[in-house]
Design a binder for this molecule. Structure first.
Ligand SMILES: [Zn+2]
Length: 393
């Protein structure tokens, strides 16, 4: 019941050939390749899982006709483990390589999504097929999830999976989120909060500034206050490998002309959240800082949708590196547990499973680039890791 490396590569290539560009990343090339969004891939995944003997397959519309897929494969026990793979990809408009040909060449599978993150889906489907043929089942019950809206739009698929699990009163033992981690199990990454701050002033001729209220100059005080907050946070000793919380102002807009006192100025500010910080408190503090620092009226708008409980911001995801699944995956893949600088669907899964790990083949540095590929040797290593996780018999 082993799958050959060629079989793993073919299984992935088939998925790469189904475009699933996130609607917020659409463009002329993606539009010409077929329907935008995750739907075609979700329908293919659902159909494939039915044919592989899934006990239950659900297409669950999350937003705008874009469904999550939940496919349950019953194991020898009802201990529930989940593999969450996002079905969307980033834009293809800047690619120098055919995005959807799923070419197998030089020991790699090429195309958008091959690395981020269809590889994990291709490998699990190939394994499930081989297990069906050999009439074996995984030891735990496995829920394969294809989730929408990871690359842009606020992790809507992950948020919906959480609701769906809660609605059914299910208990998840282990939840594995697929992302390129060089096959090192990730046991933590920072959370985040982000807001847009707008300072409202009054326009006037710049020869007569006292007749106006300068929104840009007022915003300078707000930016300085965020910088001070960032420095304050660097003095707090980190409690985990994730390091300190950080604050960054990342965009700024304002002003209409060289001789006009600006009536409005707008910035984006974000904070990376570490374990121990309450996400909604961080969100509220970002807002309070703007109001305290600005000499002019301010409005603040959240940039990410709220959590299911109505609070804003995402807590950090962190578990000690000595968990069962972390250890098992590190041993199977010959890697070491680590933490990640980037965020994933795990931002929506805090407390949802006894153990939560992010894991997959390839380097995150190679994702979202003008070419994209994953090595077939890594697909084989991933298959070995899944086999030691799922223990088919
Ligand atoms: Zn990804």
């Amino acid at each position: 019941m082993d799958v050959s490396p060629e079989g793993l590569a073919e299984s992935l290539a088939e998925l790469v050939r189904i475009p699933s560009v996130n609607p917020l990343h659409r463009g002329p090339i993606a539009d010409a390749a077929g329907p935008i969004g995750e739907t075609a891939l979700a329908e293919h995944l659902a159909e494939r899982c039915r044919s592989l003997g899934a006990a239950e397959v659900v297409l669950d519309e999350v937003v705008d006709g874009r469904p999550n897929v939940y496919a349950r494969f019953d194991g020898h026990t009802d201990r529930l483990v989940v593999l969450d793979v996002h079905t969307d990809t980033v834009t293809v408009e800047h690619m120098t390589d055919p995005p959807f040909d799923g070419r197998i060449e030089d020991g790699f599978v090429w195309g958008r999504g091959a690395l981020d993150t269809k590889a994990s889906l291709g490998v699990i489907l190939a394994l499930l097929e081989s297990w069906r043929t050999a009439d074996v089942r995984p030891e735990p019950t496995l829920l394969v999830v294809g989730s929408v809206s990871e690359e842009a739009g606020g992790l809507l698929g992950a948020a919906r999976l959480r609701e769906w699990i809660d609605e059914r009163g299910a208990t998840i033992d282990q939840l594995l989120v697929a992302e390129p981690t060089e096959l090192a199990p990730i046991h933590g990454h920072k959370g985040g909060a982000a807001i847009e701050v707008t300072v409202h002033g009054k326009a006037a001729h710049s020869a007569l500034p006292d007749l106006g209220a300068n929104a840009i100059q007022a915003m300078a005080h707000v930016i300085a206050a965020y910088e001070a907050e960032h420095r304050r946070l660097q003095d707090i000793a980190p409690t985990t490998e994730l390091g300190t919380s950080t604050v960054s102002v990342t965009t700024i807009q304002g002003g209409t002309g060289g001789n006009v006192i600006p009536a409005e100025c707008r910035i984006t500010v974000g904070q990376r959240i570490v374990p121990g910080q309450v996400a909604n408190d961080v969100h509220e503090r970002l807002i309070a800082i703007a109001h305290e620092a600005s000499p002019l009226p301010v409005t603040c708008t959240p940039l990410l949708p709220p959590q299911a409980d109505g609070t804003f911001g995402s807590p950090a995801f962190y578990q000690a590196p000595d968990g069962d699944l972390v250890g098992l995956l590190a041993e199977a893949a010959g890697t070491r547990p680590t933490v990640a600088p980037f965020g994933t669907n795990a931002l929506r899964y805090s407390g949802l499973a006894r153990e939560l790990v992010v894991f997959g083949p390839g380097r995150i540095d190679d994702a979202h680039q003008a070419t994209e590929c994953v090595s077939i040797a890594d697909l084989a290593r991933l298959a070995d890791a899944y086999k030691s996780w799922l223990q088919p018999r």
